[in-house]
Design a protein around this ligand. Structure first.
Ligand SMILES: [Zn+2]
Ligand SMILES: [Zn+2]
Length: 254
């Protein structure tokens, strides 16, 4: 598989579509966005390093990791990622930027104090960056603070007239509606069948997609209970665009 995507389209690969509770069908949250020159990974929950390989990519092909928040199910493969990059027979040489909300530098310092030289890069550099300092090249990035953990943010990437939006974990909010406006692909978490604090459920995800007037709604971050519940009929009552429930390894081109 090509390491990037040499077209004007965006290729979205769902690396993990589950949550922190183990599931045979779904790994923990991680989404890959391939642009023409770069691979952007969003979140890296436990197991994503291996799921990435199963999806046809390696950790050495990732240029950026963007974190939505610091919950264990979203960030815990960061240390294994950097550790694997030291593999002496095929050491990483491509620089990487690790970008996240306020607190990302302290999170990294904490990992360094735990793991020491195991995660100190040798043949490349790790650029740890608060989102407020991030400057993208060749594409536009916007974020919004979203209601979940105190640091939670969602991401919007625009390039060549295409718009990708990923909520991370969240509840309904006006900021999310603004972030998702007219997206080609709006990826929303949909944790539970009904309202649970800090998360979305099918009716409310559909309402958000309708208010944002998106072309395609993709639901991810599904707890195991969601695979026993009917989702499509609920969503189609409130949202009249295209809609997909994500699966691990699924690829969508926009
Ligand atoms: Zn989560
Ligand atoms: Zn969370």
């Amino acid at each position: 598989m090509n390491s990037t995507n040499p077209t004007n389209s965006m290729v979205i690969t769902f690396i993990g579509t589950g949550c922190g509770v183990p599931s045979k069908q779904r790994s923990s949250p991680s989404i890959l966005l391939s642009l023409d020159q770069e691979n952007l990974l969003f979140d890296s929950g436990p197991g994503s390093l291996r799921e990435l390989l199963k999806a046809g990519y390696t950790y050495n092909e990732i240029d950026y990791i963007f974190y939505t928040h610091f919950h264990v199910d979203h960030i815990s493969d960061l240390a294994p990622f950097i550790f694997a990059s030291k593999y002496p027979l095929a050491p990483r040489t491509r620089n990487i930027s690790i970008v996240g909300p306020s607190g990302i530098e302290d999170f990294w310092k904490g990992l360094l104090s735990l793991y020491g030289e195991q995660i100190i890069p040798e043949h490349y550099s790790v650029n740890i960056m608060n989102i407020t300092r991030f400057k993208s090249e060749g594409w536009r990035l916007k974020t919004a603070k979203l209601p979940h953990a105190k640091e939670s943010i969602g991401y919007r990437i625009e390039k060549n007239g295409k718009v990708f939006v990923y909520s991370g974990d969240t509840e309904y909010s006006e900021e999310l509606i603004e972030l998702g406006k007219n997206a080609n692909a709006l990826i929303l978490e949909c944790s539970f069948p009904r309202e649970v604090k800090g998360h979305l459920y099918p009716e409310i995800a559909a309402k958000i997609a309708q208010e944002c007037k998106v072309k395609l709604l993709i639901l991810t971050h599904l707890y195991p209970i969601m695979d026993k519940n009917e989702i499509t009929s609920i969503v189609s009552k409130k949202f009249n665009g295209r809609f997909v429930v994500a699966r691990d390894g699924m690829q969508i081109v926009i």
